[in-house]
Design a protein. Structure first.
Length: 332
């Protein structure tokens, strides 16, 4: 039976990229009736320094964002990773299954570490083994993610296969990434070669879920573009990453394909298209951010939701961890 797991790091505020690449898909999965487990992956967030007060705030705000976007804690399991210790325990086992060479090939580590390899945390390097544990401790079959996480889900598959092979068992499923929609890789508004990220130092590079209408309009107005107008077919966006990004965002927000959007706006200049995009973004995001703000008035209620979610998550995760340890040869 299918089971979905996915997570988002409370490493900052939610962005439009997180919404279109991840949360919107989470809500669809829930609505399709698939058993779904959605996590605030706080253990991942601390792979780079987080101020403790901000981390707590970001975790609650992320939970508020999930719920405001349409996740229902009665239908899906919502919790924060550090409250279910099985993740970290299975993560250790997977550190002993994954090979250094596999992790050395992870492009996210290369991007995030940059030239600073000697100075980043060990956790940033081994992050994908913990992510494999997040997924496999639930025997999740499907993981909705943005394009940037594809490589990590592939590593999860490799870890599952190697574990099964090394111990001669058919225990962990080979999980499928689910990468769908018109905007699976939303790019930075300032640089069409970089993905939009909540941890990007430039706030102008991204649209935050909590940005007000004026801020959204300003960021889109200032978004980098090229001098040409919009083409009438998707091929016309080849080699124009910034133009492609804005059209893809419009398509994803309006639930159309890029070609459908272009048949409507082809021939227009960006001076005309950008205000249309701002208006659409505000229309879709404003109700979510208003609801997030309302939920954040009651942080105790959010904490209670996370604790209850963790109780439900443990019921699934703990037996899978225990079985794993037994397979490995730990005395029980
Ligand atoms: P950080 O900069 O701290 O890594 P992030 O914005 O990349 O933050 P994550 O918590 O790493 O967010 O990822 C959460 C989910 O959002 C993942 O499924 C990821 O693939 C998706 N995602 C992140 N950025 C984008 C993007 N620009 N476009 C589409 N999906 C994205
Ligand atoms: Mg990321």
């Amino acid at each position: 039976t299918p089971r979905v797991f996915s997570g988002i790091q409370p490493s900052g505020g939610l962005t439009l990229g997180n919404y279109l690449g991840a949360i919107k898909r989470f809500v669809e999965m829930q609505e399709n009736g698939v058993e779904s487990i959605y996590c605030m992956v706080d253990l991942h967030a601390i792979t780079t320094w987080q101020d403790p007060t901000k981390l707590r705030h970001a975790t609650r705000e992320l939970c508020a964002g999930y719920i405001a976007a349409g996740l229902d804690p009665e239908k899906s399991i919502l919790f924060n990773q550090s409250q279910v210790s099985a993740h970290a325990e299975l993560g250790w086992v997977f550190n002993c299954v994954a090979r250094m060479g596999w992790l050395n090939r992870m492009t996210q580590f290369k991007d995030k570490a940059g030239k600073n390899r000697e100075k980043v945390s060990v956790g940033l390097f081994s992050y994908p083994t913990l992510m494999a544990a997040d997924i496999l401790v639930y025997h999740a079959t499907h993981v909705p993610v943005g394009e940037d996480q594809k490589q990590h889900v592939e590593l999860t598959r490799d870890i599952a296969a190697k574990f099964n092979h090394d111990y001669g068992v058919d225990f962990f499923p080979i999980t499928e990434p689910v990468i769908e929609g018109a905007a699976t890789r939303v790019m930075s508004l300032r640089d069409g070669s970089k993905k939009m990220s909540k941890s990007d130092p430039s706030d102008m590079s991204r649209i935050n879920m909590t940005d007000d209408a004026d801020t959204i309009a300003k960021k889109i107005r200032k978004a980098k573009t090229d001098p040409d107008g919009l083409p009438s077919e998707a091929e016309g966006l080849d080699g124009r990453p910034e133009a492609k990004n804005l059209v893809s965002i419009y398509a994803a927000l309006s639930e159309q394909s890029v070609d459908q959007v272009l048949s409507e706006v082809g021939g227009k200049q960006f001076s005309e298209f950008k205000p249309m995009l701002s208006e659409l973004a505000v229309e879709k995001l404003a109700p979510i951010s208003a609801e997030m703000e309302r939920l954040m008035q009651a942080p105790d209620e959010i904490d209670a939701i996370l604790r209850k979610g963790a109780d439900k998550a443990r019921v699934i995760a703990d037996p899978i961890l225990q079985k794993t340890l037994e397979i490995v040869g730990m005395v029980r």
